[in-house]
Design a protein. Structure first.
Length: 108
């Protein structure tokens, strides 16, 4: 299935898509793109966000580490809902959260 975007075609394995996307950004938008490992962000959010903010030139604020739990984002989802529903548990966990959850403490 191809949605018209070569970086998000379901026919291409995820690592290949991400690498192609990174190459595109590096070659066309930003020669030194910031890449963040999701596990690092979840396990060390303050350290990673501080480094990210420094890399992109914005001030770090402690409030970036927590937020109000809200179901509001579900109302604004714009995309193939059948694909989103396949990973619904991850979306529910993320949307129901109020801070970063370390990888080791996530529900199965």
């Amino acid at each position: 299935m191809n949605c018209g975007n070569p970086y998000w075609s379901i026919d291409i394995p995820v690592p290949d898509r991400l690498y192609a996307f990174w190459q595109y950004v590096k070659n066309n938008i930003e020669p030194h793109p910031v890449v963040i490992d999701a596990d690092d962000l979840q396990n060390h959010p303050q350290q990673i966000l501080r480094k990210y903010c420094e890399a992109v030139g914005i001030p770090f604020k402690i409030r970036y580490l927590s937020w109000d739990e809200s179901k509001e984002p579900w109302k604004r989802i714009n995309g193939p809902l059948h694909l989103i529903s396949e990973g619904a548990d991850a979306f529910v966990t993320a949307i129901s959260s109020s801070s970063f959850m370390p990888v080791s403490s996530q529900p199965p």
